[in-house]
Ligand binder design. Structure first.
Ligand SMILES: Nc1nc(=O)c2c([nH]1)NC[C@@H]1CN(c3ccc(C(=O)N[C@@H](CCC(=O)O)C(=O)O)cc3)CN21
Ligand SMILES: CC(C)C(=O)C(=O)O
Ligand SMILES: [Mg+2]
Length: 264
């Protein structure tokens, strides 16, 4: 399989080919999902929830992220891998450069940071120093204690305009990819249309340039509670390989996400 790069993802946006991505935390799953056509993987700090059994991503450390990034990289030597910068590892630009370097040297191709305009200088500094950046707007799970829960963001028109403005600012600062989490489909479309960089949605509607899900959610493993945007592909696929293959097929065809996975 051809090696994916940021250039591949840019081309997919230009040509209207939907991007399929999943979180990955270990080598075995990274290998399997890459073989089934998943375009890129995110080593998400959601590992705090699904691997470590915590109730938020706040306790996850940079060492945790580096460890799982190494595991994923070993399973998929040619894949495009993004690693989340964990809580409070990107508070200042200087601190961010050191910590991002640790993740890049662990095997990441790009790092992801949660937040808006306050990150402009940091993103520009990373980009200038050769570290590609994925931004993340909408619901920011590392801010769950500020938000008071995991809620849909950008429902009011003023909030929506604010998010759109931040998206443009982060693109201008050098972000090359943007994750949009838990926002109305209409806002997902507005932001996607306004940017030249690809947008990757999780609960952001069908019109983002690509989709991402937490692997455990798309395998139906989150037994107590599944977010509205999740879908169990193992139930339909019958095997892990088929679940990953079906997911990519349904993202490509636009069958996923369906209206029941989206916010109005
Ligand atoms: N397993 C797992 N899946 C995830 O998607 C995920 C994690 N863990 N951990 C980190 C964050 C937390 N995330 C979450 C968690 C819950 C909702 C959720 O329950 N959303 C409500 C919105 C309700 C509303 O405001 O209307 C929903 O019903 O979908 C959303 C995102 C996404 N990330
Ligand atoms: C939900 C995705 C986008 C994420 O940031 C994570 O898995 O940590
Ligand atoms: Mg994350």
């Amino acid at each position: 399989m051809a090696t994916t790069s940021i250039a591949t993802l840019q081309k997919m946006k230009r040509e209207g080919v939907k991007i399929s991505s999943l979180t990955a935390y270990d080598s075995s799953f990274a290998k399997l999902m890459t073989e089934q056509g998943v375009d890129f993987m995110l080593v998400g700090d959601s590992l705090g929830n699904v691997v470590q059994g915590r109730n938020s991503t706040v306790p996850v450390t940079l060492d945790d992220m580096a460890y799982h990034t190494k595991c994923v990289r070993r399973g998929a030597p040619e894949a495009f891998v993004i690693s989340d910068m964990s809580f409070m590892t990107y508070s200042t630009p200087e601190q961010t450069y050191d910590n991002a370097a640790t993740l890049m040297q662990a095997g990441a191709n790009m790092v992801k940071l949660e937040g808006g305009e306050w990150l402009e200088e940091t993103i520009n500094g990373l980009h200038t120093r050769g570290i590609p950046v994925c931004a993340h707007l909408g619901l920011l799970p590392q801010s769950v204690n500020v938000l008071g829960g995991y809620k849909v963001q950008g429902k009011e028109e003023q909030q929506a305009e604010n998010t759109l403005r931040q998206a443009k600012a982060l693109e201008a600062a050098g972000a090359q990819l943007l994750v949009l989490e838990c926002i109305p489909s209409s806002l997902g479309k507005r932001i996607t249309d306004a940017l030249t960089i690809p947008t990757i949605g999780i609960g952001a509607g069908p019109d983002t340039d690509g989709q991402i899900l937490v692997m455990h959610d798309m395998l139906g493993m989150n037994s107590d509670y599944l977010p509205k945007f999740a879908k169990d592909f193992l139930a339909q696929g019958g095997s892990l390989a088929d679940a990953f293959r079906l997911y990519t097929e349904q993202v490509r065809s636009g069958e996923f996400p369906a209206p029941e996975h989206c916010y109005k």
